[in-house]
Write a protein that binds this ligand. Structure first.
Ligand SMILES: Cc1cc2nc3c(=O)[nH]c(=O)nc-3n(C[C@H](O)[C@H](O)[C@H](O)COP(=O)(O)O)c2cc1C
Length: 370
């Protein structure tokens, strides 16, 4: 059996009668589907526990997720293989904690809100596999490393050293945030997992049979960046946000890596190094996107492939066969040196504009000195 625990917010104000009605429908349906649980309503939040056969619980939860009487639904736990029900006697016990006369309302509301915030903060910093394990009641520290086939993506900002040299640190952070936001949303939309941000670089991976999705996500990132550059004001730092993307494929070890006190859930293997090396070839090949032969082999027919020169990647013995695709998003309009110069010129322009804050820092210094 399975148990799902979640919290949600009312999407509009609901009367006691409306909440009781949810209970009445639930009790009838749940008795039929052998589902048990509780539904707590507290101020403008719901807290519900559903337990029963896996398929029945999943079907009901899907239905509940679509119910427009609530939103911001956050699953707190999804426990599998439970052997005993906690609420065997209730097909759905509804408890309404009333705003006006129940002293429990305030602390329970704070508790639920704190739970939601912690869960959401955790989700921002944590690998989704780890979060899934916690939700499923599995201690992530007990996950054993496993070999698996992955497509690895590296995306890296071009001329980042010049960017950090010429721009204010707040502008650099804004640029990085825009870049990371685009990468995260396009990669996860295609089923990939962003594993980490390394300085100005995004490392992500897709399952080994997802070459088409990995390539499409890469193109979507390039397309979103092109729109961002074109729509940004003339003197905006976002005008110089160009990236190189490299993809490789291979067997990697996925799991916990680190020390006793600090761990990371990530992937390790030769294919990861190859992806990083291939990404750096984007500068030599004047393409924004290049990938290895193993990635190419997993693609369907509709891509217009371009075979690039073979390369000896630094520190590696084997030759790397490199491909790209024939797409206007991928070809750099000029060679990389001209693009680099273009970025430098644009940064000079922006740099002059941002000289002003230096005066401010002088004033700040005086203030600080006092
Ligand atoms: C917070 C909340 C909890 C709910 N819990 C249940 C439940 O336990 N069982 C159930 O059948 N419907 C539940 N519902 C209602 C379902 O979303 C859906 O409206 C209902 O199952 C439709 O029933 P029907 O197919 O009999 O019309 C809940 C709705 C909300 C907003």
């Amino acid at each position: 059996m399975k148990r799902i625990t979640y919290i949600s917010n009312f999407s509009r104000s609901l009367t006691r009668k409306e909440i009781k009605n949810i209970g009445i429908v639930s009790q009838t349906n749940n008795a039929r589907e052998r589902i048990t649980g509780i539904l707590l309503s507290c101020s403008d939040m719901f807290f519900q526990i559903l337990e029963g056969d896996d398929d029945q619980v999943d079907l009901l939860y899907e239905k509940i997720l679509k119910d427009d009487r609530h939103n911001q639904i956050v699953c707190l736990a999804s426990e599998l293989n439970i052997t005993e029900r906690s609420f065997a006697e209730w097909s759905m016990k509804v408890i309404i904690l009333d705003k006006n006369n129940d002293i429990l309302v305030k602390p329970i509301k704070v508790l639920l809100q704190t739970l939601r915030e912690s869960k959401m903060a955790l989700a921002n910093y944590t690998h989704s596999g780890i979060l899934q394990a916690i939700e499923n009641g599995v201690n992530p520290l007990t996950l054993t490393p496993r070999y698996t086939e992955k497509i690895i993506l590296f995306a890296d900002i071009m001329s980042f050293t010049s960017i950090t040299e010429k721009l204010q640190v707040t502008e650099v952070v804004e640029l990085l945030n825009q870049f990371f936001t685009i990468c995260t949303s396009e990669i996860s939309a295609k089923g990939g997992e962003v594993t980490k941000f390394i300085g100005d670089c995004v490392m992500a991976y897709f399952d080994g049979d997802r070459a088409n999705e990995a390539l499409q996500a890469s193109l979507d990132i390039l397309s979103k960046l092109e729109v961002l550059r074109d729509r940004s004001p003339v003197n905006s730092p976002l005008r110089v946000l160009y990236v190189g993307i490299g993809l490789s494929k291979g067997t990697v070890l996925e799991g916990n890596i680190g020390s006793q006190i600090k761990k990371e859930y990530t992937i390790i293997g030769d294919a990861v190094n190859v992806a990083a090396k291939i990404e750096s070839l984007t500068r030599k090949l004047n393409r924004f996107l290049v990938f290895s032969a193993a990635v190419k082999d997993g693609l369907s027919d509709h891509w217009k492939l371009l075979k690039m020169d073979d390369f000896y990647a630094e520190g590696r013995e084997a030759i790397v066969e490199v491909y790209s695709i024939d797409d206007s998003l991928v070809s750099q309009k000029s060679d990389f040196h001209s693009l680099k110069q273009e970025i430098k010129d644009q940064l000079e322009l922006i740099g002059n504009k941002t000289l002003e804050p230096c005066k401010q820092s002088k004033t700040l210094f005086i203030l600080y000195d006092q």
